[in-house]
Design a protein around this ligand. Sequence first.
Ligand code: PLP
Length: 440
Amino acid sequence: MATTQQHIEAYWMPFTANRDFKKKPRIITGAAGHYYTTADGRKVYDSFSGLWTSGLGHCHPKIVAAVQAQVARLDYCMGFQAGSDVAFRLADKLVAMAPAGMGHCFFTNSGSESVDSALKMALAYHRVRGDANRTRLIGRERGYHGVNFGGLSVGGIAGNRKMFSASMIPGVDHIRHTYDLKHSSFVRGQPTWGAHLAEDLERLVALHDASNIAACIVEPVAGSTGILPPPAGYLERLREICTRHGILLIFDEVITAFGRIGEAFGAQRLGVTPDIITTAKGLTNGVIPMGAVIVRDEIHDAFMQGPEHAIELFHGYTYSGHPVAAAAGLAALEIYPEEGIFEQARSLEGRFEQALHSFAGHKHVIDVRNFGLMGAIEMAPRDGAPGQRGMETHKTCFWDEDLVVRHGMDTLQFSPFLNSRPEDIDMTFEKVRRVLDRID
Ligand code: PLP
């Protein structure tokens, strides 16, 4: 059915310029593989794999079949004091892919819920061990950890925070972000400058005393802020400081897990193991909302005390471990190795990096950054109209080049399908170049 103007008004869209969008809506009605179908009958190429979600392509037949079979077999069952067979199978499979020693996971329905669950687990962990003073949480400037109050509070993107400034959770500090235009612009992969910025955590330890700090959360590669790869040695130092002071290190891998940087988890690619990992997105290839928090065994085991009939952690969602989502997750986690997806993603990295960095020197471009299959082209803002050039690029790509490109303000972000062909990468950036050459 065609979407008429009357159908457009009711939906208050997330993270969208609603009034602008509704003047000329970009409506998607279908998807297959690497393409969307639009309401006006065009096939448009998706250069962002959904919203970092769908690395295997849209409507993967194995996931579609798994979801269809599951919804007819067990559509829902309560997850409190009961659980579906598929949720247990998914948990096994997920922890088998995780770094050694992280043998337990908790299911959520989104990245935001994974983050808030992880923060609560960190606080509760210290408390059950009798270390209840450890209540402070440390985030990082420019971090994105979703939109719920915990994630928002440890997050570091001003635009997301400013309306809620007075209502953030208490006891949160931020370490400095790792980006410096002078030292790390147009760097390919991890900058060599900046490992010392991890020492900023020591500043907060000196201020508050480690005995009051519960956890530090970072994205291994910051995504939504516009792709900031960690400086070489930075995460190692952060790990070392956290270990020395008994602070839990949380990696928010909502984007970086499941092949986006060439391994099951960013922790594995970057060689640093945190205490807690948060995930969502690629867990089900975006097909059904689901997230997971994966924890080190000691964290889980610390809760397993007291009377056996008592609930150990008063936390959970009606849809934690939802059977249909779990079926989608199981299928996705099977496809990653069956189709050699992580290897394919890694094999594309060179081509992707080359294509991105060919924009260095373009009239609008002030920086290019990349790691794994995450990439950003940062454009200078127009005078007095920050974000407008990015928006115009997005819209021109959609209407004139049949290409979906994501932008955050004036930074174009790219997240190609993990199973792209090299020519898909070339085609994407040829289209982007035509648009950037044309707009002011
Ligand atoms: N954490 C990170 C690192 C993210 O990139 C995102 C979303 O992009 C989230 C958390 C929030 O996930 P969701 O939108 O599923 O709540």
